[in-house]
Design a protein around this ligand. Sequence first.
Ligand code: SAM
Length: 580
Amino acid sequence: MLNTRIHSSYIVVTESDYSNRTSNILKLRLNSSQIEPKGLHRKLVSTTFSTTYNLEMATQYVEELICSARKLYDTEEYLAARALYTQLLALYPFDARMWHHRSNTHLKLRYPELAFTDAARGLQLLDDTLAKKTLSRDDQNDAVLLRLDVLYTCLLTAEALNSFQMALQYIDRLLANVHLLSSETRKVVLEKQATLRDKISQRISTLRGANVPLGVSIDTISNLGTMNVVKYPWDVSEPFTATNDLDAELKELNSAFEPFAPKLKIVLMPDNPALYTPERTSSIFFSKAGRPQLGIIARKKIKPKERILDETGIFVNNGLYGPKCNYCNSVLSISASNSNEMHKTTCSGCGERFCSVDCLHSALETYHKVLCGRDISHILTYVAKGTSCSSLIHLVVLRLLAIAVQSKQHPLEMTIVKYLARSAKEVVPWDVYQSYFFYLDVLKVLGLCPYSDIDKFDFWIYYTLRNKLIPNVFGEYKAPMKPANGKLLLFTSFLNHSCVPNAVYITDRHAHQVVVARKEGIEKNQQVFISYIDPDRPSIERQQLFETTYGFVCRCERCVRELGTNDEEEIRQKTAPSSN
Ligand SMILES: C[S@@+](CC[C@H](N)C(=O)[O-])C[C@H]1O[C@@H](n2cnc3c(N)ncnc32)[C@H](O)[C@@H]1O
């Protein structure tokens, strides 16, 4: 915590904050079960709320919760402290102090991305409150000091994310209030400033020598941070974890899969899913992302060119290449010859066009009621900026969250999300700041509040969703290297890649996709492979494409043969842009 000159023990209370708090407490009185903490403080809640609910008791209860959270933090029980701060945020969504506390807890838990997004929300609340100039002098002083604490936490998060430029910007903001910093703090901040400047020049000189990916400037890269791809311990939605009954879960998944692909079966894979043979199923590998690899095998012999999987998925397009159906990406004729037909396939609310009445109805049933008439031009700018199909993930995120809002489901519990594997990489280069702004923009389009909708739409949920989409969203480029169409299909996403595939996918109308065996057919128990990319490219190019888009190292039989190794790290080194 920042060592400010004046000791600060305060709560920022504004009038609107107070009325919010009062109304939240009144809500509590009506439904105490809603805020009952899971396990931890059950006793406290039941003793407080089983008696008469009155304002003082509720306030006292909340103060006790704050105290308990602080104690848990002090005794390094950070997960429990986080759970409690999250519950407190549900009660006090506009209290900057609470966001700051949770931010520090996330920092201790080594989730700097979450620490940053919490601190950023706290900072915004304080900036808004201070801009209104309605605080008493004392409250104003307290808010100014809290703001410095929060800025300091932002600096720590930027350091932990290796976002050196951003860390420097926070230092500038702290130094703008240098008169409020103690001499000790000032010294620490100035030392950090010097170290960060050194790190930036080191990073830039390393990058100048390296082969920087096309379309990315050194300045952008030098501000990129690194992020861990993790499963957050409080994420209980994910199946196939070490503690679950894997066989029972696979059985359930396969019974959902069977109607779409009666001749196929989803199975657990060994370490390298691309070299699966039936004998090796026993050596199941739990990836660092916390879930074993899955894949699809044939239950019976499959004839050449036989259709083996037929499912509907999520299709998105960025509209850059002429009008397309919003539901299935089919190209729309510029002016429909039959105006009656056009009328039937156009949304009466916003004028969005679809290729058929079926597509319009499917869109309305699943997501379009939420997105109807919403301006998504800002979201499209994120997609257009991308130099690979991965940027289409932005549109898939928007679509999935719209489905969650419309169907009132938790985004991570929706079937199409829940079963997806997360990115295979452990650490990814990532611009957390841009992602945070994107997250805020998406919430705005969906009409959600970044403070009060955190039970279903907190930043960690968005981040988990994004990590699950990286290896599973397939996209199409259009020249000159612009992402055009994207899609996510639940069952097809269990198909592993091979540079010598035995199946191909064909996109049909109305968001259908069919997987068909190639001309050789597929033997019983053989794994079914598709190719995620053009397999005619040379092996180095193929690997580089995987690395920058889906984020994995291909270890299929052809790559292993051509590169002479099955080892992920060796392949990475042999095919890295700078090594050739
Ligand atoms: C679309 S998913 C395929 C299904 C995935 N195995 C699962 O468990 O859900 C893509 C992921 O599968 C793994 N994978 C697929 N093909 C692979 C290959 N040829 N070599 C290595 N890993 C592969 C990678 O982890 C990749 O990120």
